[in-house]
Design a protein around this ligand. Structure first.
Ligand SMILES: C[S@@+](CC[C@H](N)C(=O)[O-])C[C@H]1O[C@@H](n2cnc3c(N)ncnc32)[C@H](O)[C@@H]1O
Length: 276
């Protein structure tokens, strides 16, 4: 099986929209007319969910006339969040067809189709002209991409000069091997973690200027403590995307991530860089 097929196979169930609607109904939300807030526990499919998206958004400057690119847009939560917060346009691109279908469905349910467009495609060969976007971001995607130079090169190509890129991702830390399944990969064969140093060097080699390079270990620990306290009180955790998207596999993936974070086998990082 090709790497792309094993990645899309890992994310595809054929029943995602039904499971999302069931989860919304269980929360007491209207499954056919959900609000952006009701979707947030499910459509922010990355570590710390909405908290990480809000943190990313707080670090960028966007005007309503800007056109942003969301690389590996999943079911579209971050793209809709940015469009809603900044009034800008966002184009999302994602390899997984079912995610794109659900992303378009939710975008239309929220009435955001004029601002948010979703394309099915590969981040390594994007169907966009050179110098299209004022800014780009990617949340928890590069772990699925082996050809990092190709990835950074494509993003650099489609950004306007002066444009910015924020990568919010999981890096390989010093804490040893990562246990699988993980939320992004069933096995090590489709997982391509880089160290923070490799990420920095790769972006610089691709022509980007690094403006900020942060780890979010403290935020991740605080989030884990918040989740534990909520669960002990009998409340639902704030971030339920992994369980909803991956079903049974989600439990093992979540436990593995908690252990990998505790050991610092993975480190959440956020990098802001610009195209000179
Ligand atoms: C963990 S999910 C993150 C989704 C989204 N960024 C979010 O935070 O809600 C990783 C996503 O990357 C997408 N992906 C992986 N490899 C890709 C590639 N080469 N091109 C485009 N999308 C890719 C997957 O289909 C999946 O939707």
């Amino acid at each position: 099986m090709s790497t792309d097929a094993s990645i899309t196979g890992h994310y595809t169930s054929g029943s995602l929209l039904d499971r999302l609607k069931a989860a919304l109904a269980d929360d007491g939300a209207d499954p056919d007319h959900p609000t952006i807030e009701a979707l947030a526990p499910y459509d922010q499919f990355h570590g710390r969910g909405l908290d990480a998206t809000e943190q990313l958004a707080a670090g960028i400057s966007v005007s309503a006339s800007d056109h942003l690119l969301d690389i590996g847009s999943g079911i579209g939560g971050p793209a809709r969040y940015m469009a809603n917060r900044f009034g800008c346009k966002v184009t999302g691109i994602d390899l997984t067809e079912e995610f794109c279908d659900v992303a378009r469905h939710l975008t239309s349910a929220l009435g955001l189709e004029a601002q948010v467009t979703i394309e099915q495609g590969n981040a390594l060969a994007m169907p966009f002209a050179d110098a299209t976007f004022e800014g780009a971001y990617s949340m928890n995607v590069s772990m699925n991409i082996e050809d990092k130079a190709g990835f950074y090169g494509e993003i650099f190509r489609v950004l306007k000069p002066g444009g910015w890129l924020v990568l919010s991702e999981l890096a390989q830390g010093p804490g040893g091997a990562v246990p699988y399944p993980a939320p992004w990969a069933l096995t090590e064969e489709s997982s391509f973690l880089s160290t923070p140093e490799e990420t920095r060097a790769g972006l610089e080699a691709g022509g980007f200027r690094i403006e900020r390079f942060d780890d979010h270990v403290a935020e991740s620990k605080a989030f884990a403590a918040k989740v534990r306290a909520m669960v002990e009180r009998g409340e639902k955790p704030p971030h339920r995307a992994i369980a909803m998207i991956h079903g049974e596999l989600g439990q093992a993936a979540t436990e593995n991530m908690a252990e990998a974070s505790r050991l610092q086998a993975i480190i959440p990082i956020e990098v802001m860089c610009t195209k000179p």
